[in-house]
Each structure stands twice: as structure tokens, then as C-alpha cells.
Design a protein around this ligand. Structure first.
Ligand SMILES: [Mn+2]
Length: 281
């Protein structure tokens, strides 16, 4: 099989101190093994297994070193690296995404935003395509947090298919985290605002990956169920019907009734002051 990059570039990657290792010449645009990406986000040029394994492990090692001093904001202070690895894993296990450039970008997606990593470094180590995807999903830290969040809503619809995949998996991971426990220092209002904001960002990714989008639908249904459980309002709709995805309902015999039930369940909860505005000091 023809291999467009010096094999030694990839086979020299299994070093335990990757950042200290002098790298070979930067991967040039025309040599980038990830540059051939079609509209479905699939690499046309297959890398041999040994090179794929090598570059994926190099990438995980790189991100682990970069994030080594960071922890997630959960009670257990989970090592931060669990997050980017989990995001890449969601893409593969739940989204059937096997484009190496997307997987590498997912593993690296928070390195520039949250560590001293530069885009140039990523380009040097993993090529311009991976670097470009990471750039697309990296907030400009020079801007105020509020502005960065608004820009994510505004810019996501115009991002590449690959960047949208990383965005979807990132939100799935973070929202599941929020469902399982409230981060240290977060109020219920902040959690609710995060869900609202995430929904707006995700709406810019519609049509990117049905499986990941369905997983997100399920997360929001779960969130609504929990809001309802906490609420003593009269909008107690049938949870079982609400937990069925709307697209599935259209195939069921009682689809019309169930679909209406789902919509009214959602809108009633969203309109319920108690459900959406829990008491908070
Ligand atoms: Mn992230």
C-alpha cells in the first residue's frame, strides 16, 4: 500500500516522553495523511493498522501529558484526560465515526484551549487537517466567557462536518456528566443555563450524525424527566411516552397521540415556572 508520509514519521511515535523527542520535519500539507476527507467525513486514504495505532497512541500520550495537571470539576476530581478520551470514544462507539482525523482532533480538542499547546505544535505532530479541526472547536480565550459562548452558538452552523462531530460528542460527554452529578461550585441555575446553551449550540449541528443527535435527544428527555420529578406542578405527563424518540414514534401505531404527548410534555415542562426555575438561594 502506498503510504504518503515517511513511515519513520509515524513509527517513531511510541515514545514515553513524546514532547521531549525532537520531531521529524513537520508534516506538509501535501503529505498530510488525513487530508483526503470526503463530504461524509471519511478518510479516503487508508493508513495501515500499525500506523493508525501508532498515531492514535501518540495522540493519547500527547494529550495525557498536556492535561496531566488538570482535573474535572466533579466531586471525585476525575483526571481531565478522561474527558477527551471519552469524547473520542463516544464518536467511535456511539457515532460510528472512524475518520482518524476526527478521532485525533477529539483527543486533542481541549489542549489549546486549556493548556500551553499551540496549533503549530499540533500541526507539526499530527498534520494540518487535525490542527484545523482543533482550531475550529477551540474558543478564543482572549474574549470574555459570555462572548465565547455566544460565538459557539453563532459559528457552529458554519463549521466543518468534522468539527460538528467533535462538538456533538463533547456536548454528549459534558451533559451526561451534568446529569450524573453537579460540578463543585455549580448552582442549579448554572446547570440549567448550561443545558439551554448546549441545546442552542447543538441545534447548529443538525443533520451531522443521527446517532449522536439521538443520544443528545435522550439526554434532554432525561433532563426533563428529572426536572419533572423535582417539580410538584400539575404537568405530569406520561414519562414512558416521553422517553421514546420522536423519530421512532412516527413508526409506531399510536404515533400521532404519542408524538403530541411528547411535545406537550416538553412544552409544559419548559413553560412550568417551578420546573424551569427551581428554588435557589
Ligand atoms: Mn471538551
Amino acid at each position: 500500500m502506498e503510504f504518503p508520509v515517511e513511515k519513520s514519521t509515524f513509527l517513531s511515535m511510541m515514545q514515553d516522553k513524546v514532547l521531549d523527542v525532537p520531531t521529524n520535519a513537520p508534516i506538509k500539507e501535501h503529505d498530510d495523511p488525513f487530508r483526503f476527507v470526503d463530504s461524509c467525513g471519511t478518510s479516503n486514504k487508508a493508513l495501515p493498522n500499525e500506523d493508525l495505532l501508532s498515531v492514535v497512541l501518540k495522540c493519547v500520550n500527547f494529550a495525557a501529558i498536556k492535561h496531566s495537571k488538570q482535573r474535572r470539576k466533579d466531586m471525585d476530581q476525575t483526571p481531565y484526560i478522561n474527558h477527551p478520551i471519552g469524547v473520542a470514544n463516544i464518536l467511535i462507539q456511539e457515532g460510528d465515526v472512524y475518520d482518524p482525523a476526527v478521532i485525533l482532533a477529539a483527543i486533542l480538542h481541549d489542549t489549546v484551549e486549556d493548556t500551553n499547546t499551540t496549533f503549530e505544535e499540533i500541526e507539526q505532530e499530527f498534520g494540518p487537517t487535525v490542527s484545523r479541526i482543533v482550531r475550529e472547536v477551540t474558543d478564543d480565550k482572549k474574549l470574555e466567557k459570555h462572548e465565547r459562548k455566544l460565538l459557539q452558538i453563532k459559528n457552529t452552523p458554519n463549521k466543518s462536518h468534522e468539527a460538528k462531530l467533535v462538538t456533538l460528542a463533547d456536548k454528549i460527554y459534558n451533559l451526561r456528566d451534568l446529569l450524573s452529578s453537579t460540578p463543585v461550585g455549580w448552582t442549579e441555575v448554572r446547570v440549567r443555563e448550561y443545558f439551554k446553551w448546549a441545546k442552542q449550540v447543538i441545534s447548529g449541528c443538525q443533520g451531522t450524525n443521527p446517532k449522536l443527535e439521538k443520544a443528545l435527544d435522550m439526554i434532554f428527555v432525561q433532563r426533563l424527566k428529572e426536572a419533572k420529578d423535582k417539580c410538584d406542578c400539575t404537568n405530569k405527563y406520561n414519562i414512558r411516552s416521553a422517553s421514546v424518540n420522536e423519530s421512532e414514534k412516527s413508526e409506531t401505531s399510536c404515533d400521532q397521540e404519542e408524538s403530541e404527548s411528547f411535545v406537550s410534555f416538553q412544552s409544559n415542562l419548559e413553560n412550568c415556572q417551578k420546573c424551569t426555575e427551581p428554588n435557589e438561594k
